[in-house]
Ligand binder design. Structure first.
Ligand SMILES: Cc1cc2nc3c(=O)[nH]c(=O)nc-3n(C[C@H](O)[C@H](O)[C@H](O)COP(=O)(O)O)c2cc1C
Length: 332
């Protein structure tokens, strides 16, 4: 995968181009155009796909794993879960009755989406329309409370057996802001973290986003970066009326893929409601701070898997680029 293959043209996928009369594997290949639009940590896009009849196998691309920021591979699996959910939402739209299964043993395959139905569906789906619209907002929000209906719909989108959504405000949000500032300071003091981040920025995956613009030059050299990032990220937390945290009872790859699936449904629903979403992973990337966050949220022991701001942004950024399907599909 080279930087030259990255493109924003992938966002121009049109549902009218779905090959309704073609074989299931060609239809599956079309669905992948939606899968690759999923969010991922540092836009690392750590996915590989293989089509086998009516099955789409989703695997991790370990070469795109953020080994320094994400030593326990939590974000890797959450990102893969986002891609799985995009596949599910797209397959449902075209009447392909998707079913998600997880392999019993470990290994590189993370999930399989099996397609049924006959591909002639035309189910109106508000989440489907957001697959090509959703994006992450990295800017401060305007502080406005979430509209009550929007909040209810976002909570409903997170309904799942194995994953719980907590919406955090008030005192607990202030505590999250403090943990965030601590996490930023510790990370930016770590040359290995800065080097890894610099590599992804150098590839151009982050486009002109907040991360690239504000951290870009500084990452290579800078001295007071930790304090600056800490102050900025505290502002980001303060400006958000709500922080969402997804937790699970277990802390294994399947729980994390399921977390990614729920997060993506939340992100798509939020996008439909005009609500901006911004994952902030720094706290979860430090085991000690992740433990402190868990204590704040639920002394009962649920494991925080993903944390994000919710609120209203004045402007949304442009889409970030992706490696196209041909680059992430294993043929044969
Ligand atoms: C598991 C995960 C962790 C993320 N962590 C962060 C983060 O800590 N800070 C941030 O600004 N964005 C974070 N993001 C958002 C990504 O940077 C974003 O999804 C990626 O750049 C692609 O852009 P898009 O979401 O606008 O398509 C995260 C996304 C995922 C799925």
């Amino acid at each position: 995968m080279s930087a030259a293959e990255l493109t924003r043209s992938v966002w121009d996928v049109d549902a009218d181009d779905f090959p309704g009369n073609a074989g299931i594997d060609e239809q599956a290949r079309f669905l992948l155009r939606y899968a690759i639009l999923a969010p991922s940590s540092h836009n690392s896009q750590p996915w590989r796909f293989r089509i086998d009849g009516n099955a789409i196998h989703v695997a991790a691309d370990e070469s795109r794993w953020l080994a320094v920021a994400d030593p326990d591979e939590r974000e890797l699996f959450v990102s893969l879960g986002c891609a799985v959910e995009n596949l599910v939402v797209a397959a449902e739209r075209f009447g392909l009755d998707p079913m998600v299964t997880y392999p019993e043993k470990g290994g590189e395959r993370v999930a399989t989406v099996t397609l049924g139905g006959n591909g002639d569906g035309d189910d109106a789906s508000p989440l489907f329309d957001e697959l090509t619209a959703r994006r992450t907002s990295h800017d401060p929000f305007d502080g406005e409370s979430l509209d009550v209906t929007a909040r209810e719909r976002i909570v409903a989108a997170a309904d799942a057996d194995a994953v719980a959504l907590s919406l955090v405000a008030g005192e607990t949000k202030r505590a999250v802001g403090e943990l965030q500032a601590k996490a930023d300071r510790l990370q930016m003091e770590d040359p290995a973290y800065r080097k890894e981040l610099g590599r992804w920025i150098g590839l151009g995956v982050l486009g002109h986003s907040w991360l690239a613009a504000r951290v870009g030059q500084a990452v290579v050299s800078h001295l007071d970066l930790g304090d600056r990032e800490a102050a900025k990220n505290s502002t980001l937390v303060e400006s958000a009326p709500l922080i969402g945290v997804l937790t699970t009872e277990t802390d294994d790859p399947v729980a994390r893929v399921e977390t990614g699936r729920v997060f993506e449904r939340v992100a798509l629903r939020a996008s439909a409601e005009g609500v901006a979403v911004h994952p902030m992973s720094q706290i979860l990337e430090r085991p000690d701070l992740r433990g402190q966050l868990a204590d704040e949220l639920d002394p009962g022991g649920a494991k925080p898997q993903h944390l994000f701001r919710l609120g209203y942004a004045d402007e949304m950024p442009e889409h970030t680029p992706r490696w196209p399907v041909a680059v992430v599909l294993d043929e044969g």
